[in-house]
Design a binder for this molecule. Structure first.
Ligand code: TYD
Ligand code: MG
Length: 452
């Protein structure tokens, strides 16, 4: 028999190489190739004279089963899922350690169990005693869910197959699972993939909604091969700053719905509380106008969320390289905005340290935030506070132009409802609203004129 060939699999993109290399040829990541147990090699051509059965080709408009959704018992979770959990679907829940994934899923599992849907929670990380302790702290000790501490996929499937399938199966986490169909330690690429594959197959065959918890690496991607993201129907990310109270649940991929709505939670002493009206959440404690602080009306799906952006500029005396530090926004975008402010408005940040922070642990992804960040930077540089009740939004181009953004009217109406009296944004034919004056700014120099 021919000696089985060694194979090396990239932990980022899952591509296979026949020899080890420092850099993956497909995704260009460094040090991501790991050796995998050799698999069986099949002949690359099917013998069509045996086996095989034709599949039926259907019309696109053939009648199909309507999509059923079931409530998780947490309205914010349902919202992020696009209206509830779909039986037979596989969900990957990513998030940093300690952010609250286990807490969220225990709460959802308990709520579903209480509503009469059979639920199983498998913990591969904590002993049942620890999970029980948490349940007691959350006031959920009485929920009728099935709990087990297990890491062997064979044991888990044997247990599940000996009873009617549950409506929800939580596996916390996929990196701790071990399948004996394949070699390798738990957490290795091949193990994560094989374990996920078996659990997902069980879920699909039995109409079980499966949630796999996945750890996240430093750069925010779910540890293990990217293929895990392709194998599941929904990829969710649970985000927030551990030092802050608020948590955001976001769908990054959803085969059953839109990915724009978010779920908002607050981590409290007795678990995660749902925040159904998040619009004022990230604005806490703004009583006096302060230089370097601006308010941005972000839009999360259909809900506006007002967020405070804070900038601090420290002039350096020596010729040391100035620092730029960003929390909650893209650092590349900040570098671009600073360059545009220098090139188009004649402001100089080159000998100053620039710190930017989005309040409350919120992470801004909306391109309309550019103008609010620029306003905070200019205000900090000039040491001039912005009006306390003003909002700023608009996308900034490399030429310094302020571009129109989606849903400007919705952003203004929400701000007006919450007592803001000034709106500054693109010149987009927007008008004053009841109680709110609107100023259209065509470019960044106009913004600087308004502030300084
Ligand atoms: P956990 O759900 O264990 O996070 P993950 O599974 O994502 O690693 O949550 C851990 C943190 O949540 C822990 O640091 C303490 C905090 N926490 C609370 O503040 N209140 C609570 O009621 C619970 C259960 C946890
Ligand atoms: Mg956990």
């Amino acid at each position: 028999m021919a000696k089985p060939k060694r194979r090396y699999v990239c932990t980022e993109c899952g591509s296979v190489a026949t020899r080890w290399q420092g850099q993956c040829v497909d995704c260009s990541q460094w040090n991501t190739l790991v050796e995998e147990a050799p698999g069986t090699v099949f002949s690359m051509r099917h013998d069509l004279s045996t086996g095989g059965r034709p599949v039926v080709l259907e019309a696109l408009d053939a009648p199909s089963e309507p999509l059923v959704r079931r409530s998780t018992g947490l309205a914010e979770f349902d919202r992020a899922l696009g209206g509830g959990i779909v039986p037979g679907s596989a969900i990957l829940m990513g998030g940093e350690p300690g952010i609250g994934k286990s807490t969220l899923l225990l709460q959802a599992a308990a709520a579903m169990a209480k509503s009469g849907a059979p639920t199983v929670y498998i913990s591969g990380e904590e002993a049942t005693g620890q999970v029980r302790l948490r349940a007691a702290r959350l006031g959920l000790a009485g929920a009728p869910l099935g709990l087990a501490a297990a890491t062997s996929v064979r044991d888990i499937l044997t247990t599940l197959n000996s009873a009617p399938p549950p409506a929800l199966l939580v596996v916390d986490s996929i990196q701790t699972m071990h399948s004996d169909t394949i070699e390798g330690a738990p957490g290795s690429v091949s193990q994560v993939r094989a374990s996920a594959f078996e659990l997902i197959r069980y879920a699909k065959e039995n109409g079980v909604a499966l949630v796999l918890v996945g750890h996240v690496t430093k750069d925010g991607t779910i540890a293990g091969p990217r293929v895990l993201e392709h194998m599941v129907d929904v990829v969710m990310s649970f985000e927030g700053e551990r030092s802050h109270q608020y948590r955001i649940l976001r769908a990054l991929k959803n085969r059953f719905g839109a990915v724009e709505e978010i779920g908002v939670f607050a981590m409290e002493g007795h678990g995660l509380a749902e925040v159904s009206n998040p619009s004022m959440l990230f604005l806490s404690g703004r009583e006096q106008p302060l230089a370097g602080s601006s308010v941005f009306p972000a839009l999360e799906g259909t809900r506006p969320v007002l967020v405070e952006v804070q900038a601090l500029i420290v002039r350096l005396q020596s010729g040391a390289t100035p620092r730029r530090a960003v929390v909650g926004w893209d650092s590349g975008r900040l570098a671009m905005l600073l360059a545009v402010l220098e090139a188009r408005c004649g402001l100089s940040f080159s000998s100053a340290e620039v710190y930017l922070n989005v309040a409350g642990g919120y992470r801004l992804t909306d391109p309309a935030a550019d103008l609010a960040v620029a306003a905070a930077l200019v205000s900090a540089l000039a040491d001039k506070p912005l009006p306390l009740r003003a909002i700023w939004f608009g996308e900034v181009s490399l030429s310094g132009e302020v571009r129109p953004v989606a849903h400007a009217g919705l952003r203004l109406r929400e701000a007006s409802k919450l007592g803001f009296d000034t709106g500054c944004g693109p010149e987009d034919g927007l008008k004053d609203l009841a109680g709110l004056r609107y100023f259209g700014l065509e470019s960044l120099p106009k913004l600087v004129d308004r502030i300084i």
